[in-house]
Write a protein that binds this ligand. Sequence first.
Ligand SMILES: [Zn+2]
Length: 77
Amino acid sequence: MLKQTEMCFCKSCAASTHHILVLVRKPNPFKNVKNRKRKEFIAGLIKGLMVGPFIAAMDDFSRHLICEKCGTTTIDD
Ligand SMILES: [Zn+2]
């Protein structure tokens, strides 16, 4: 499975858990679209897979870390 994960602290789980790393471009183009979260997630995931670490250094992307246990998303700007 092609996905990037990172260990980081989840407030909801109160523990260090695996998080899926998704890079989301800002401002958010899906702001007014229904099912925003899912589209955002997929778009971010595709983007993350295509460009990977290359984009991680760019300012116009937010890093969304999604806890694999509880699904809580932490946005790391
Ligand atoms: Zn969690």
